[in-house]
Design a protein around this ligand. Structure first.
Ligand code: GAP
Length: 473
């Protein structure tokens, strides 16, 4: 488990230009976050690696980018207009609003801690408030005297009611409901509605998949934990179409692919991850299998990535609503069917948070405490920091910066002592520093310093780019 607290992560993000509070000079907008210079680069690197692993390196995947604003009928067909809601409950005393199922989950986790026998623990772990009716959630909240988590005082709960998470807006110049549209709450539907287009234009044979990265919007009742749950966020989603009956084996393959991406590509620590298969009573009515990859955040185990076998539910729903044929003709077996789909869906901004937490390292070295981000060099926002030991040798240092910047994202810094600068670059997770001094420069050499070991090596300037390129692989 990571020992870092959320406070340390938030401080790092705000002090080191990763994430800022949105609209800060106007007193902020609650739960809106802006990604600063290093945050944008880190997020972009994670996204590009995801595209590389899941699209570029596979011959069965394609990338698309659908519009955020879609015809409202899309959300009627997908079930979001009527069904995309969370159970909202108000404390009449304080007028605060909460998600009833989340308060009940906290209660259940306390019950699990207190359960003394294996049998009791098993019984508690099978309680899934998310699947309970609103009446049952209200009844249990009252029966168990669940407290307001902010005040820990007496409560007076309203009945739990459905709260739709869709953000509404208006298209065209009038405010009438005919022009009402939604900001998409997920990117996935953009893939389903393009299924026929993709099939026609790409002439792909099933199985194949389509990937998409983009913004999604949900009017969350209880956003929070920094960028963990926000109202505006980015998703990276895949819809992988397969033959009915082959869905369970395809689901297992995607579980493995996502696991490899987290462990081998992003180098997330294995002990901080767990794969939780949904039990029958937690599964959506249309799903044959769903797995949540959960991460051990400083505030507990929470979902990072969902991998759902959604059968033919979405394509069928869009066929019914749009009256278009979204079936597939299999030329080999000469049969027509509606494909099943496996959907691995992860929040880019949530994965960004995971990489920060997971790489945050506090180390005792030479009686000093060192904090740094042990990010995999592939995702580090700045790959090389170029620093002349003294400001006045910029005439020899600047050309070296230019040479490196041809190939890598670099920064140049000649302020403060070298030691102070190293500490700052380490905190941002920069894997290499290139230090230039006149003496070594006369021998056409510079010093490369490694972030993790803090060791240093003299390298010929003509071989510098290749030296770093090899180590970034
Ligand atoms: N199309 C399926 C879908 O959207 P989901 O479980 O609602 O499924 C998928 O979302 C992923 O998107 C989650 O596992 C999480 O990583 C991310 N996510 C969902 N809601 C989020 C929010 N409010 N803020 C940040 N990330 C969110």
């Amino acid at each position: 488990m990571s020992n870092v607290s959320m406070k340390e992560i938030v401080n790092l993000c705000q002090n080191r230009w990763f994430v800022f509070q949105g609209s800060e000079i106007y007193g902020w907008l609650a739960n809106a976050w802006d990604y600063g210079p290093y945050g944008s680069l880190l997020k972009e690197n994670i996204k590009n690696l995801w595209i590389k692993e899941f699209v570029q390196k596979r011959d069965d995947m394609m990338l698309q980018d659908a519009a955020i604003l879609m015809n409202s009928q899309v959300w009627v067909a997908s079930g979001h207009v009527w069904g995309f809601s969370d159970p909202l409950i108000d404390d009449k005393n304080t007028k605060e609003r909460f998600r009833a199922d989340k308060l009940l989950e906290e209660l259940i986790s306390e019950m699990w801690d207190k359960a003394s026998t294996l049998q009791d623990k098993y019984w508690v772990s099978n309680l899934v408030p998310e699947s309970w009716s609103l009446e049952k959630q209200t009844e249990v909240m009252r029966w168990e005297s669940v407290k307001n988590p902010n005040t820990w005082e007496s409560w007076d709960w309203t009945d739990a009611k459905k709260f739709n998470l869709m953000f509404k807006t208006h298209q065209w110049v009038t405010d009438d409901t005919g022009a009402e549209i939604f900001l998409r709450p997920e990117t996935a539907q953009g893939i389903f509605v393009n299924f026929a287009n993709i099939l026609r234009s790409s002439r792909r044979k099933i199985p194949f998949g389509v990937a998409q990265v983009g913004k999604a919007f949900r009017n969350e009742i209880t956003p929070g934990n920094f960028i963990f749950r926000t109202r505006e966020f980015e998703q990276m989603e895949i819809e992988y179409f397969c033959e009915p009956g082959k869905d369970l084996e395809t689901h297992a393959q995607w579980k493995q692919a996502c696991r490899e991406f987290l462990l081998d590509t992003l180098k997330i620590k294995e002990e901080n991850l767990r794969f939780r298969d949904h039990e029958a009573d937690e599964l959506s009515h249309y799903s044959n299998a769903t797995t949540d990859i959960e991460y051990m955040f400083p505030f507990g185990w929470w979902e990072l990535w969902g991998i759902a076998d959604r059968t033919d539910f979405d394509l069928k729903a869009h066929m019914k609503e749009s009256k278009q044929d979204l079936s597939y003709f299999d030329p080999v077996n000469n049969k027509k069917y509606i494909p099943y789909v496996i959907e691995p869906s992860v929040g880019l901004t949530r994965l960004f948070l995971v990489t920060l937490i997971d790489s945050y390292t506090i180390e005792q070295k030479w009686e000093e405490t060192r904090n740094y981000l042990k990010l995999d060099p592939k995702i580090a926002p700045i790959k090389v920091w170029v620093l002349p030991v003294v400001k006045k040798i910029s005439d020899i240092a600047k050309p070296i910066f230019k040479q490196l910047a041809e190939d890598f994202v670099c920064e140049y810094d000649d302020v403060w002592s070298v030691g102070k600068r190293y500490a700052r670059f380490d905190e941002i997770g920069t894997p290499f520093c290139v230090t230039i001094d006149s003496e070594n420069y006369d021998a056409w050499k510079v010093t490369v310093r490694y972030r993790d070991s803090m060791e240093q090596e003299l390298i010929e300037i003509s071989k510098l780019n290749e030296f770093i390129r090899v180590r970034l692989k």
